[in-house]
Design a protein around this ligand. Structure first.
Ligand code: NAD
Ligand code: UFG
Length: 336
């Protein structure tokens, strides 16, 4: 089966390309390199010893998408292409809604035209806003997002539901990711944001590597076990494998709209993560307690029963692997 992977050279996309190739799929990537590098293509090929086809371009470009579908005989799409920085989305709402919503409309228009109706879409636990309870089930209330990034994911979910209602021959999986961290064991693929990282693990890694001085722990007065924020961290390779299971589901069922949480079902606090990272890598992570970060919630972790039952998927890698592999990528980065 030939899969178009939009945003396939990014963090989650690149790991998913590896799993797709390992599982016998043919991969065509469209990426505008707004948050990735072309050399990732060779790294994916080096890990898998299989080729991928790469198109440089923007998903807003309808002609380019038409051309890719026609030339490459695409049979299904996994859509990762989006901007993802929560803080930046507050200052650049137009850019975020354009890149995260308008581009999806173009993709859907072309898919409809080309009669290719199998789509896996990257959504986020952020659509639950401040959850009413944990662990969060797929049927729990969504909405109450506090930034354009989160709202863009909510909008696309609604667009996909409306589309399915208008035409039941679509076959769509919406995957709500919790907090992906970690990296491919080879150290060739991973996450290395430019500048000061906004997310916990990339920041910890840079403190451990002495590129940054000290981690600020955003609040220790939440109603959690140690007062710091609790999240469901999932190894990016497990997350990538979840996409294969979702594709298999779409191949098996001829039509449907399915929503799955992809997490581990376990919540770790910020202090848990610092401790686990220090232990796994035998390094010190300097930190200080700082004030709460606006918009943060206390606790967010998944009920993963649905994915387990329907996709026969569950996360296999634990927090130690996540911490080791995140650090390994940064240590090897310079040699890659
Ligand atoms: P990433 O930024 O590493 O990857 C996104 C890729 O898409 C990049 O390679 C970028 O160059 C490309 N891209 C962006 N806009 C494009 C466009 N218009 N046309 C073509 N290519 C484009 O991000 P990621 O962490 O791999 O996230 C992938 C998806 O998963 C995104 O939709 C993101 O919102 C979602 N998600 C990520 C997280 C997370 O914590 N990383 C959590 C939940 C959901
Ligand atoms: N944190 C710190 N210090 C930091 C960075 C983060 O203490 O320097 C804390 C946060 O307060 C939070 C936890 O670490 O308690 C995790 O924060 P992240 O920024 O790593 O992740 P978030 O849960 O805030 O958000 C991430 C992505 C979103 C996605 C969401 C899905 O950034 O895009 O996970 O759950 F929607």
């Amino acid at each position: 089966m030939r899969i178009l992977v939009t945003g396939g050279l990014g963090y989650i996309g690149s790991h998913t390309c590896v799993e797709l190739l390992k599982n016998g799929y043919e991969v065509v990537v469209l990426d505008n390199l707004s948050n990735s590098k072309e050399e990732v293509k060779e790294k994916i090929e080096k890990i898998t010893k299989k080729p991928i086809k790469f198109y440089f371009g923007d998903m807003i470009n309808e002609q380019l998408l038409d051309k890719i579908f026609e030339l490459e005989k695409i049979e299904a799409v996994i859509d990762f292409a989006a901007y993802k920085a929560v803080g930046e989305s507050v200052t650049k709402p137009i850019e975020y809604y354009t890149n995260n919503v308008s581009t999806v409309l173009v993709l859907l228009k072309v898919m409809k035209k080309q009669k290719i109706k199998k789509l896996v879409f990257s959504s986020s636990a952020t659509v639950y806003g401040d959850p009413e309870r944990v662990p969060i089930k797929e049927t729990d209330k969504i909405g109450g997002t506090t930034n354009p990034y989160g709202t863009s994911k909510l909008f696309v979910e609604q667009i996909l539901k409306d589309l399915y209602k208008s035409d039941y021959s679509w076959d769509i999986a919406i995957l709500r990711y919790f907090n992906p961290i970690g990296a491919d064991k080879s150290g060739l693929l991973g996450e290395d944001p430019n500048g000061i990282p906004a997310n916990l693990m990339p920041y910890i890694v840079k403190v451990a590597n002495k590129e940054l001085e000290c981690l600020s722990v955003f609040g220790n007065d939440y109603p959690t076990k140690d007062g710091t924020g609790v999240r469901d961290y999932i190894h990016v390779v497990d997350l990538a494998k979840g996409h294969i299971k979702a594709l298999e589901k779409l191949e098996k069922e001829q039509q449907g709209l399915y929503i799955y949480n992809l997490g581990t079902g376990k919540g770790y606090s910020v202090l848990d993560i610092i401790n686990a990272f220090e232990k796994a890598n035998n390094v010190k992570v300097n930190y200080k307690i700082a004030g709460r970060r606006p918009g943060d919630i206390a606790e967010c972790y998944a009920d993963v029963t649905k994915a387990k039952q329907e996709l026969k998927w569950k996360a296999e890698l634990g927090i130690e692997d996540m911490c080791k592999d995140s650090y390994n990528y940064i240590l090897k980065r310079k040699n890659n």
